[in-house]
Design a binder for this molecule. Structure first.
Ligand code: PGA
Length: 254
């Protein structure tokens, strides 16, 4: 379902007390608004903090809890790993997949991501699937080819029904954590391209129903302009999700 949507990716930040203080502040500030009137909000803490944060989110599915990663197998001898079912059992509804930091530092490639997508969906988790080009790719004028390839290899093997549970995030690598945001025009043109690719792979109705987020130095100052673009449905927020006032201002930017 296409909806206004803001997800906070806390990455490897915060201790449990810090995370609980931040969550309490976010929940309090959102309390004035009816859950039905706000965008879908998802908070993605590191694994050990999931339950402690989830307990503070209250009843209902907005804000929802999300994870940042999991292992592709259901269970077994994979010391140190976490399964999708385990995440689901501690209250996660969403999981981030294909983030450029996982692709780059942990060598997650398209075939692994395709496998992980299936595992997530089987466990009942909704994937937030990230795509995005490097600066080198953008400067070589290969952004659209590159994103098209990431979508085709990582995502479009899903059935139409499975695909309907996926949220896509466009995160240009050169904009992540750099303070350098894509211009509204750069974001809009890639989002429109992604939506057209979805229409070609499935159909127009599926494309019109797909939630596509922008990520990369999105903050309380630039969110409103980015979210006003016709194909930008919200944001995947890193640094600015670690401060309650900034994150809530972004949530209120529609
Ligand atoms: P940023 O991170 O907002 O800190 O740039 C976004 C992300 O990596 O999801």
């Amino acid at each position: 379902m296409r909806q206004n949507f803001v997800a906070g990716n806390w990455k490897m930040n915060l201790t449990l007390p810090e995370a609980q203080a931040l969550t309490t502040e976010i929940v309090q500030e959102l309390r004035e608004e009816q859950p039905s009137q706000r965008p879908q909000v998802v908070i993605c803490p590191p694994f050990p903090l999931l339950m402690g944060v989830g307990q503070l989110l209250g009843e209902g599915d907005n804000p929802a809890l999300g994870a940042q990663n999991f292992h592709q197998k259901d269970s077994g001898a994979y010391t140190g790993e976490v399964s999708a079912k385990q995440l689901q059992s501690v209250g996660c509804d969403y999981v981030i997949l294909g983030h450029s930091e996982r692709r780059q530092h942990f060598r997650e490639d398209d075939s692994l991501l395709a496998e992980k997508l299936k595992t997530a969906l089987t466990a009942g988790l909704k994937p937030i699937f990230c795509v995005g080009e490097s600066l080198e790719t953008r400067e070589a004028d290969e952004t659209f080819d590159f994103i098209g390839q990431q979508l085709a290899a990582g995502l479009f093997h899903l059935s139409q029904e499975e695909f309907g549970k996926v949220v896509i995030a466009y995160e240009p690598i050169w904009a992540i954590g750099t303070g350098r945001t894509a211009s509204t025009q750069q974001a809009q043109e890639v989002h429109a391209f992604i939506r057209a690719q979805v229409a070609a792979a499935y159909d127009e109705a599926t494309a019109a129903n797909t939630t596509i987020l922008y990520g990369g130095s999105c903050n309380a100052q630039n969110a409103r302009e980015l979210f006003s673009q016709p194909d930008v449905d919200g944001g995947l927020i890193g640094g600015a999700s670690l401060k309650a006032a900034d994150f809530v201002a972004i949530i209120k930017s529609f």
